[in-house]
Each structure stands twice: as structure tokens, then as C-alpha cells.
Design a protein around this ligand. Structure first.
Ligand code: CA
Length: 681
């Protein structure tokens, strides 16, 4: 019987190298994060089409029992689904019934949350030979029996004394489970590690940036990389960054795996490498041999990254006809706002075209080097970098439809003005300043200068050959969900205000939508169960932008929704967010506001946002707290009272007196904003 442990053991046991290599032609299943090794998120299923998608209805919904960000793409084999919730909790679901088969909770220590720049999210699991692999936020790679949910082995992949975390989905290439990590906002050195899927034994590790030049280089190409860094900055003590926290892809014919490398740490390159240099392999696409992790080639899209321009964004492999020649390409639309087409056999640059407005580079020369705009260096005063550090496109999955020839990108603009941080101190990792995990250490201040550029979110259909947009749909806000495209001439995407929408893949015409309440950031999938095509989306608002900002009128509730033609199950009840009033009446000493502001920016703003103005995301905005809560702030800040929700205990990092100063900042800001609002009435 389907859904029994025998059935699950049999069908998950069949997910082997051959099945994964052939996944593109197996649209009945969704075997890996990006559907297949090319990670194109394209399905050949055609039961649901642009003609009949209007009759799509709810089959079932499943409560993930979470209120934080859900970034996971589920995987499905013969109707058995594996999806992750916040805090790296795995849920196994029988899609025939929508019922839980098992859950696995790695019990991530809640104090890990403060090391995670961008919410306690997880993007999903890998499935291989009867095992489910999840990487927990605190850095363990865990092998789980796919039929029972029992742990088989676990490996600590990180130096847990430093502010590393894992949010990405592992991939399995040739029997090896590959996982990277994040933490470049706090000062770590990026690496990626491969483990034997069967035993958990480490097979290889690849570092993206050089370590201490006085020590032997772990890999020969790091000697070349070290020549592009100025040692007077002691980058090895700062970490250097280059974390590989998300994108991977694999070409079995070329036997090359590809990984996207993140930003520099600190962001400010004048601090990281005072004499300049490209700082390899920051912000690059790198090709490695999956057998031993040896370096094959790289392409660096943002040499000497200065703006948090990670190149960890999704990678898609495709074969395109460009100027009359068939090219094996890799495509990426990273944070820096340019769409790249690179030859994936050798890393040769083919094209780069900006897909949104940008002001840091005027374009790329024929060798694939950006022509940087001098003012973007923010050497003399503040500069509004476009795109901002949230990127023109972030981790939100894009998809490629070989029939339309278009790539569907969740593009965006989230303005921010940056400048040198004059008080930045080059603390070493050993001193513990980075390891504390409280406060980002970027060497950059984001200022309150009025923004000139637009805040926007687009669903952008991009032609990678013509290097232009085919069509675009304007959304109400940035930070919308990933995309799925299908042979039914459809594109599916969830939005920040909680709609799940189907579009005509050729024209962008909206064909169907449903309100799922919570904002959607993850990407949908489609698969077939007993002859019926299903579409599933894991919804749950959050992630870096979503922690402090919300665009939905409903409460954040993590759920998996599954739709099919002519289904009519009732949608679950959506709860409206409570109307909240602005904090008032907390007594404070105005002299405390100055230091309180500094402390708030260092310790609080990333998650809680600016009081009142930030409005609140999946983490409360303190400008809407009750008077009693803020008066009692030290109980929440200096104890374990809210530990289970992920609120760190700041005792030892903040004193009672400093909490009083933070109180002053919160109440003073709430008063000021309220006065401003009343004056403008
Ligand atoms: Ca970053």
C-alpha cells in the first residue's frame, strides 16, 4: 500500500544516481531542490495548462506549526513529500491525504538564531537511496531514514565557536552530500564540504577564500587567490567571507559541479583588503570536480565586492543557441543586478546585461569585467547603492522554460544608503568580537538619508539570448516568492502579500490566484500522484527582509498548500493580524537616547526593525509593544524568557543600564514618529 513504510523504503530507495541524472525526464517526481541537476525548475507535466488553470482548487493544506520564514522547496517521490520548516524541522507528508507521516526535529539550540543574519530558515532536504539529508541551522548535516524519520548519522560541519549557520539545502552528487554555510555578515571564512552519503565520512572540503598566508594553502588555487588580497588588512583574521550558503548545480556529462560564492567580510573592501584587489573567489561562480573538490574554473561577477553583492543566487544550466552556436551555459541573476550567461564547460564569459536599474557599474567589457562607477565606492560620504544589499534578486528561486526560452526571475529593489563606518574596529575572530554573533560587522553604516531609488518587486520574464525582458508583472512590494514554470505554458509564483498566482508563461497574463494568508517567499513545485497533477507551495513569511517588514494583512502561519484541477477543499481559516497601537508612556531620560540608538542599531534593528516605522515582520516591532512589556524590557533581554522563540539572552553582552538606554530609544522614536504622523494629518 502506498504511504506505508515498505512503500516509502522502496520508492525512496530508488532515488539513486541514475534517477537523479534522469530527473529532467521524470516530471512525475520532484527529486531534488531545483527539480533536476540543471536546477531549471521546469516541469514537463501538461495536465494543468494555461487553458484550464482557472479550475485549480485546494486539495489539502498542512500546518507547519511555525510563524517564522519558510524558504523550503519540497521534494517528492511517488507522492511522498519531504519539506522543512523553520529551525530545520523536517516534515514527511503523504500527498495522497495531506497527512503527516513523521517529523524530525534536530532540536537546534535557540541561541543559534542570533548567529543567523536572515531568519531561522531552511531551504529543504536532499533525497538519496532511502535517506533524507537535512542541514540544521547550527551546522549539523543529518542523515535520516526516509521511511521512519529515524536519524542514521550526523556530522558537525562547522566551527561552532564562530558565527556560521546553515540555511541551504544539501545536494547529492555521485554519492556525496554537499553542503556549504553562511555567516559572512559576522566574519567567517566560507567553505563547502562533501560527505559520503552512506557513512557520513568527510570526502573533501573546498575553501573559497585564502587563509593565513603564513600557513600552507589548503588548495593550490588559493595561492593564486591570495595574490588578489592585500595582507595588510589581515583578511584571514576578519574571516574574508565568501560563504556558499545556497546555489549549486551539477553537469554529469562534464563531471563538473557549480557553486555560487557569497560576499566579502567585512562588506567594506577598504577594510578587508586596503590595497585593493579582486579578492578571489568572492562573488564568483566556481566549477569543481565533485569527486575530490578540485578547482576547475571560476567567473567573478563582482571583483572586489564592496556592497554585499553575493553570487550565491540560483544557478541554472541550459543549452542555448547564441549567435548561431549551441552553447552549454550556466545562468545567474545575482544580487548585483546583471544577468550572466557563462560557458559552463570552461567559465568563458558570454554576456552580462542589467535586468534592473543599477548604479555601481555601467556595464561589462568583452572580457566580462564590470566597468565600475567611481562614486559607488562611497569613499567620500554616503551612497545609495542600486541594487542594495538585499539584491536585485536574492535566493528566491528562478526557473527556465526551454519552450518559451525565458527565465522567470523574482526581481526587486530595496533601497538602502551606505557609508563607511568610522567606528569600525578590526577585531580578530580570536578576540571573540565576531564570534559573539550580536550585531553585524560589515564596516558599513546604513544611513537614514532619503532614498532616491524605487522600492519594487517584479516577476520578470527574461530572454537570456536577446538579453532583454520579454514581459514583467509589477507586484505590490519586493521580497516575492520563487518561480516554477511548466510545459502547460504556466508560471507559478507566490507574493509578499500572500497571493499564490498562475501566469501565462508566454505573455505574463494572470490566469488564477488564491489568497494563502501569509506572505510567500519559497518556490512552488509540481508533480503527479496516481495520474493527477499536483502543485504545492510551502508558505510562511520571513527571511532577511521579512523579519522586520510585512505586507500581508494576515498572521504569519507556515503551511504547505497543495492544489489540483477541480478540487474544492475549503481553505483554512486565515487570521488577520491584530491592529496594534503605538507604544506610549514609558518614562525615560532623554540623555539616554544617544547611546540607546547606537545599542539598538548594533543589537536589535536587524530583527525588530526601526520602532513603528518598520511596522513589524515575522518578528515583533517594539514600537507597537505594550507599555508594560517595554518597562519590563530587561526581563526579555537579559534572561531566557523568550528563548524558545529565538530571542537571545543578552546577559554578558548588555548591562541593565544599557537596556534602560535602549528603552529610551524605543519610546523616544515611537513618540517622534507619532508626532510626525499627527503633524502630517
Ligand atoms: Ca551577505
Amino acid at each position: 500500500m502506498k504511504g506505508t513504510t515498505d512503500h516509502i523504503t522502496a520508492v525512496t530507495g530508488g532515488v539513486n544516481d541514475l534517477a537523479l541524472i534522469n530527473a529532467k525526464n521524470d516530471s512525475k517526481n520532484w527529486l531534488s531542490y531545483g527539480q533536476n541537476y540543471s536546477e531549471d525548475r521546469f516541469s514537463q507535466l501538461t495536465e494543468i495548462t494555461s487553458e484550464n488553470v482557472g479550475t485549480l482548487g485546494l486539495k489539502w493544506s498542512y500546518d507547519l506549526n511555525s510563524t517564522r520564514g519558510v524558504e523550503a522547496t519540497p521534494v517528492v517521490v511517488d507522492g511522498i513529500m519531504y519539506v522543512t520548516a523553520p529551525w530545520s524541522i523536517v516534515h514527511a507528508i503523504d500527498t495522497r491525504t495531506g497527512k503527516q507521516l513523521w517529523t524530525y526535529d534536530p532540536k537546534v539550540p535557540r541561541e543559534t538564531g542570533v548567529k543567523a543574519c536572515c531568519d531561522v530558515v531552511n531551504r529543504g532536504v536532499a533525497l538519496y537511496q532511502g535517506r533524507v539529508f537535512v542541514a540544521s541551522l547550527d551546522g549539523r548535516l543529518i542523515s535520516i531514514d526516509a521511511a521512519t524519520g529515524t536519524k542514521i548519522w550526523e556530522q558537525v560541519t562547522l566551527d561552532t565557536s564562530k558565527s556560521y549557520t546553515i540555511t541551504g539545502a544539501p545536494r547529492v552528487f555521485k554519492g556525496k552530500v554537499i553542503i556549504g554555510n553562511g555567516g559572512a555578515e559576522y566574519g567567517v571564512r566560507g567553505y563547502i564540504t562533501a560527505y559520503d552519503a552512506e557513512t557520513g565520512e568527510q570526502a573533501w572540503r573546498w575553501y573559497s577564500v585564502p587563509g593565513n598566508p603564513d600557513q600552507p594553502f589548503e588548495q593550490p588555487e588559493l595561492e593564486m587567490a591570495a595574490e588578489t588580497w592585500d595582507p595588510s588588512g589581515k583578511y584571514w583574521e576578519l574571516g574574508g567571507g565568501g560563504t556558499m550558503w545556497d546555489a549549486m548545480a551539477y553537469d554529469p556529462e562534464l563531471n563538473l559541479m557549480y557553486v555560487g560564492v557569497g560576499n566579502g567580510s567585512p562588506w567594506n573592501r577598504r577594510l578587508r583588503s586596503p590595497g585593493g584587489g579582486d579578492n578571489l573567489f568572492l562573488s564568483s561562480i566556481v566549477a569543481l570536480d565533485p569527486d575530490n573538490g578540485s578547482y576547475k574554473w571560476h567567473y567573478q561577477g563582482t571583483p572586489g565586492d564592496h556592497w554585499d553583492y553575493t553570487a550565491t543566487q540560483p544557478l541554472i544550466l541550459a543549452d542555448l543557441e547564441i549567435e548561431g552556436a549551441k552553447r552549454k551555459v550556466i545562468m545567474q541573476a545575482p544580487k548585483n543586478g546583471f544577468f550572466f550567461v557563462i560557458d559552463r564547460t570552461n567559465g568563458e564569459f558570454i554576456s552580462a546585461q542589467n535586468f534592473v536599474d543599477v548604479n555601481w557599474a555601467s556595464g561589462y567589457d568583452e572580457k566580462g569585467r564590470p566597468m565600475e562607477i567611481t562614486a559607488a565606492e562611497y569613499k567620500s560620504g554616503s551612497y545609495e547603492a542600486i541594487p542594495g544589499p538585499n539584491g536585485a534578486h536574492n535566493w528566491h528561486s528562478m526557473s527556465f522554460n526551454p519552450t518559451t526560452g525565458l527565465v522567470y526571475i523574482p526581481a526587486q529593489g530595496i533601497p538602502i544608503v551606505i557609508e563607511d563606518d568610522p567606528n569600525w574596529v578590526a577585531n580578530s575572530i580570536e578576540s571573540g568580537a565576531f564570534a559573539s554573533g550580536t550585531g553585524w560587522n560589515t564596516g558599513v553604516l546604513s544611513s537614514a538619508t532619503p532614498k532616491k531609488s524605487a522600492t519594487f518587486g517584479h516577476l520578470l520574464a527574461w530572454d537570456p539570448v536577446k538579453k532583454e525582458a520579454a514581459w514583467k508583472v509589477e507586484h505590490a512590494s519586493p521580497w516575492n516568492g520563487g518561480t516554477l514554470s511548466t510545459a502547460g505554458n504556466l508560471v507559478f509564483q507566490g507574493t509578499a502579500e500572500g497571493r499564490f498566482v498562475a501566469y501565462n508563461a508566454s505573455t505574463g497574463e494572470k490566469l488564477w490566484e488564491v489568497q494563502v494568508g501569509t506572505g510567500v517567499i519559497a518556490a512552488p513545485i509540481t508533480y503527479e500522484v496516481d495520474g493527477q497533477q499536483f502543485v504545492s507551495i510551502a508558505a510562511g513569511w520571513g527571511g532577511s527582509h521579512g523579519m522586520s517588514t510585512n505586507y500581508s494583512e494576515y498572521q504569519t502561519q507556515g503551511r504547505v498548500y497543495t492544489f489540483a484541477l477541480n478540487e474544492k477543499a475549503p481553505m483554512p481559516e486565515l487570521k488577520l493580524r491584530e491592529a496594534s497601537s503605538i507604544l506610549s508612556g514609558v518614562a525615560y531620560d532623554p540623555q539616554d537616547i544617544g547611546l540607546g540608538t547606537k545599542l539598538y542599531i548594533t543589537h536589535c534593528v536587524i530583527c525588530h526593525g526601526v520602532p513603528v516605522l518598520g511596522k513589524g515582520g515575522n518578528i515583533p516591532n517594539l514600537g507597537f509593544s505594550t507599555k508594560a512589556k517595554i518597562e519590563n524590557l530587561k526581563t526579555f533581554v537579559l534572561t531566557d524568557a523568550l528563548k524558545e522563540l529565538g530571542m537571545p539572552n543578552f546577559s554578558g553582552k548588555l548591562t541593565e543600564d544599557e537596556v534602560t538606554k535602549i528603552q529610551a530609544f524605543i519610546q523616544a522614536t515611537a513618540d517622534a514618529v507619532k508626532a510626525q504622523m499627527e503633524a502630517s494629518k
